[in-house]
Design a protein. Structure first.
Length: 621
């Protein structure tokens, strides 16, 4: 087995309690790198097409990359992957903290879970061995309590990725939390764990990750950190935590306002004197994921008359934006309360906040009444009602039971007239970066195999040092098609970076050549930027093949017209801006060599990437 990997992936069947080892050949590691890339290949082979995501037959993967748990800068990440119960598409959700490194140090590159337990369990990976452990004591507990109980029993160095009550109740926007506040947030994988009665995956171990050239790895680490700190201020900006970006996001129009219908501070003047310092006035401590010099995390302590004493994690930008400008809510204490509540129940904040904003707009426009929503006064900025509605969704209480099924369930129940205010793609809520601010985002939200996600959307950034001519970022309609063409290479590199186990904030802070160099020092194989693009393209095609085989065609999928500037906003920072999504889509599909009607990858492209068997399977032309 190549270095960088520990050479073992477990397949745990919770129905039969059988534990197998998935064979891991060197060649598929080189072809798909690791993380969700390797996961896409394994899941395609292991899971039958058409499997219901919440059925025992579905498979959920937890995968690390070859750089996870190594000295590579920001090598903390792991991916959760599978078929999303929310969208029915391929999905992967990425997370940092300490769980990923611990899984590798416990002797596993990944764990795949199928079946469903009869009673609640957790999976314990420790010192090269897997156990299925009774979780009766922690079922019904929030994520933070469950983590603390397990750590008390197994020791502080144990790392826990668990679901909360939302996952147990199969809320379709339930997430998975590790380190009490790091979330594999999107796609509803918490509900998949709930359907399997799997409360947590727990990792404990102190094995070294084998490296081809440990000395070189340490040297590269020092060089990469020097490179990150060099000049452009991005490193410093990332150190403040993403929440610090919120005031700027609202001022520029990047952050949606008033459920995407408003215009920055014009519609949200209450927050216009916010600075990043206001956002973090409650911060008492900073912290980092595994060996990360950026350390973007923070803990806050708040003593609020309304919301009591809270010691919790600082909210990230997406949470801040969706529950502040998007709901016209300027009460920062309520944002911290909501963040804590969502982490503890195990609910995705972007999805919950988007559903709340939709309910507010439907209520304000007279499309629904108080009777429809359990008597709550869902008006813009009513933070108490916003907190209450979020809690209802997380616990499936009253109207929350409908909203817990996501936008599709909400529209079915509240009426198709509410549909224009539902900002989602196939049920996944749009993230808090507006395509009217950067049109390439619209393309990525629409066509990425795991749609409406903000981490793949970072593909629109060019990493430092990449020799690729891309038109400037911005809304110029003439340049949208050119930008769409450049997404292929950026997407492929982004896939390679994530699959290797790095964090996007590291990747965007140091020269792209470090990614290849870290991989080479870890695995001993020769990696170049071109090789990374090729592997990333193989991963993109594998994810797309999963969707095609499931009968998912994102080309035909509805996309919220408001987010495309149809009609354009009349005032504010995004006035007049619109997105030519059809032309961008056509250019992108041409670059990818995917069929313009079905999205099916061409036989030529699949052959070029060594995926002939996939071409046969899909009947590619
Ligand atoms: S930048 Fe932040 S999220 Fe990324 S690895 Fe570092 S601490 Fe974790």
């Amino acid at each position: 087995m190549a270095n960088g990997y520990v050479g073992k992936i477990a397949l745990v069947d919770l129905s039969t309690e059988k534990i197998e080892t998935i064979p891991l050949e060197d060649s598929i590691c080189s072809d798909f790198i690791g993380g969700y890339g390797l996961g896409a290949k394994l899941l395609y082979d292991l899971q039958k097409p058409g499997t219901d995501a919440l059925s025992p037959e579905s498979i959920l993967g937890f995968m690390t990359g070859p750089l996870t748990g190594t000295p590579a800068v920001t090598g903390s990440r792991f991916a959760v992957l599978g078929k999303s119960p929310l969208t029915g598409t391929w999905s992967d959700s990425n997370c940092g903290g300490y769980f990923g490194p611990a899984l590798k140090m416990a002797g596993y590159d990944g764990i795949f879970v199928r079946g469903a337990a009869r009673a609640p369990v957790y999976i314990l990976a420790a010192d090269g061995k897997i156990d299925i452990v009774d979780a009766g004591e922690i079922w019904g507990k929030n994520t933070s309590d469950a983590e603390q109980i397990i750590k008390k029993q197994l020791g502080d160095k144990t790392q826990v990725a668990s679901i909360g009550i939302a996952g147990e109740k199969q809320v379709l926007i339930a997430n998975i939390i590790n380190d009490e506040g790091r979330a594999a947030g999107r796609s509803g994988f918490g509900a998949v764990m709930g359907s399997k009665k799997l409360k947590a995956v727990v990792a404990k171990g102190e094995r070294d990750v084998p490296l081809a050239d440990p000395h070189k790895m340490q040297e590269l680490r020092k060089e990469a950190i020097r490179d990150m700190k060099k000049d452009d201020g991005l490193f410093e900006a990332f150190q403040n935590g993403s929440g610090a970006y919120t005031p700027m996001g609202i001022a520029t129009g990047d952050a949606p306002t008033k459920n995407w219908s408003g215009s920055g501070w014009d519609d949200f003047p209450q927050g216009s004197d916010w600075t990043d310092k206001d956002v973090y006035k409650y911060r008492v401590k900073k912290y980092a994921c595994y060996r990360c010099p950026i350390a973007c995390g923070g803990l806050v302590k708040m003593e609020s008359k309304k919301y009591g004493v809270l010691e919790t994690h600082q909210p990230e930008y997406e949470t801040m934006a969706v529950f502040s400008s998007n709901c016209l809510n300027d009460n920062i204490e309520s944002l911290i309360k909501i963040d804590n509540l969502c982490n503890n129940y195990g609910v995705d904040t972007i999805s919950a906040g988007s559903l709340v904003a939709y309910v507010i707009q439907c209520f304000e426009e007279g499309l629904i009444t108080k009777e429809d929503i359990d008597g709550l006064e869902m008006t813009w900025g009513n933070h108490e009602a916003i907190v209450a509605m979020t809690e209802k969704i997380a616990t499936r209480e009253g109207i929350g039971d409908i909203l817990a099924g996501g936008f599709q369930s909400a529209i079915e129940h509240l009426g198709t007239r509410t549909e224009p205010y539902a900002m989602h793609v196939r049920g996944e809520a749009l993230p808090m970066h507006d395509p009217r601010f950067e049109p390439a985002l619209g393309l990525i939200y629409k066509i990425n195999a795991s749609p409406a996600k903000h981490l793949p959307a970072s593909q629109f950034f060019k990493p430092p040092g990449l020799d690729l001519d891309i038109p400037d970022f911005g809304t110029d309609i003439e340049k949208q098609v050119e930008r769409a063409r450049s997404i292929r290479v950026l997407e492929c590199l982004n896939n390679a970076m994530s699959s290797a186990g790095l964090c996007v904030r590291g990747y965007l802070s140091f020269d792209v050549r470090f990614l290849a160099a870290f991989l080479e020092a870890a695995t001993g194989k020769n990696w170049t930027v071109e090789g990374l693009v090729e592997a990333g393209e193989r991963i993109a095609n594998m994810r797309q093949a999963f969707n095609v085989r499931e009968g998912v065609n994102l080309i035909d999928e509805k996309f919220p017209r408001l987010a495309l500037g149809k009609p354009p906003l009349e005032r504010g920072p995004l006035a007049g801006s619109s997105v030519d999504i059809d032309s961008m889509l056509e250019a992108y599909l041409e670059e990818m060599d995917w069929d313009k009607e079905s999205g099916r990858p061409s036989r030529r492209k699949l052959n070029e990437l060594g995926l002939q068997n996939i071409a046969d399977d899909l009947g590619s032309q």
